[in-house]
Design a protein around this ligand. Structure first.
Ligand code: NDP
Length: 334
């Protein structure tokens, strides 16, 4: 599969370029950037043959089958719509769009066009999260009662740009990290958050957008989720706990882009380390995307998963802004 990369971004260079090249026959033919110079520099630094600031020019290349979108968040909608209209399969970064309605429109457009559309939620591609999901699905912890997500990190200096000061580009920790946590909760518990209460703050980094959020979500089963995201915590480390009637899962350092972290299962039988695969998260996501395109499997996180994670994040922000409990609005997907 030959790819057009839309967005000469950090995630594209640090993870996705390598993940595409790790797939059989996978390569990136174009990078599209709003800045012709930045695009040309990025292409040359990463051995990508062509760069352009004209998305239509790259999409007209019939030798390319797929488009990966990792521009700033406000650009995802028009770029995805153009890629879908050109008949390309699309892997889009989270958050899919600036609103749930826009994200749902992207998914509908892809369905109508008959192309694969997926969301790059990498955490559900990790060996740790897949092992935890299997334990829960196999009933190893009994009925799930609660999930606690610890995802307060320190945003590295090279990413302290639009994320911390530009609401129009989709900045803020809620669209950035809460979407991932919403996807994790849905993936692990197999149900969609229903109602949320939340608080948010700018605690030293955010300028006009929140850099920290804490929220509590109720699930249809009655399980409760507690979620903490931040850009300002240098030493917190990440983690996740799932507690059930018959056992608890304790996972440390698993809210990350790397194949690291440890998972333990605690039951009446005692405490046991859980074996996990250490594969590359983004390569796994790409492999699943290839299966979805080939019709042999599903994307790790499809378009609807991206709409739903955004819906939860939007409800968290709404709840934090209003101080009220908010029902998650999944729009047509409810
Ligand atoms: P970056 O800030 O690195 O890049 C975003 C955009 O900023 C680029 O697409 C580019 O615009 C512009 N840009 C970056 N550097 C320069 C430069 N030196 N000169 C001019 N323009 C520049 O963003 P990230 O890679 O951190 O995030 C991109 C997207 O990916 C976001 O939607 C984010 O939410 C998502 N993401 C997902 C992750 C995941 O694990 N799933 C992890 C990290 C990010 P242009 O498009 O014009 O080239």
């Amino acid at each position: 599969m030959r790819w057009v990369f839309v967005g000469a971004s950090t995630i594209a260079s640090q993870y996705m370029l390598g993940a595409v090249r790790a797939q059989k026959g996978g390569d990136v033919a174009w990078v599209v950037s709003g800045s012709a110079q930045h695009g040309a520099d990025w292409a040359s630094a990463h051995n990508v043959p062509k760069s352009t600031s004209d998305l239509a020019e790259a999409l007209a290349d019939e030798s390319c089958d797929a488009v990966y979108i990792s521009s700033t968040n406000e650009k995802h909608l028009p770029q995805a719509m153009a890629a879908i209209a050109a008949g390309k399969h699309v892997l889009c970064e989270k958050p899919l769009a600036m609103s749930v309605a826009d994200a749902a429109d992207m998914v509908k457009a892809a369905e109508t066009a008959g192309v694969t559309f997926a969301t790059n939620h990498h955490l559900r591609c990790s060996g740790t999260h897949r092992a935890m999901q299997a334990l829960i699905a196999e009933g190893k912890i009994g009925k799930a009662l609660s999930l606690r997500i610890f995802h307060a990190v320190h945003l590295p200096p090279h990413l302290q740009g639009w994320r911390i000061n530009d609401a129009t580009a989709g900045g803020g920790v809620i669209p950035d990290i809460t979407v991932h946590d919403a996807d994790v909760a849905r993936f692990l518990l197999g149900e969609d958050p229903q109602r949320v209460v939340a608080q948010m703050a700018a605690s030293g980094m955010g300028e006009g957008v929140e850099d920290s959020a804490m929220s509590v979500w109720t699930m249809p089963s009655g399980a409760m989720v507690m979620s903490h995201e931040s850009f300002t915590h240098p030493f917190a480390g990440s983690g996740l706990e799932v507690h059930g009637t018959e056992g608890s899962i304790f996972a440390k350092d698993v809210m990350t882009q790397e194949p690291v972290g440890d998972v333990e299962l605690v039951t009446a039988a005692g405490r046991a380390a859980v074996e996990v695969s250490r594969h590359n998260l983004y390569e796994q996501g790409l492999a699943d995307f290839y299966s979805a395109v080939a019709g042999t499997g599903g994307a790790a996180a499809d378009g609807q998963d991206g709409v739903k994670s955004l819906a939860v994040a939007m409800a968290v922000r709404d709840a934090a802004q209003t101080g009220q409990a908010v029902d998650v609005d999944y729009g047509d997907l409810a």
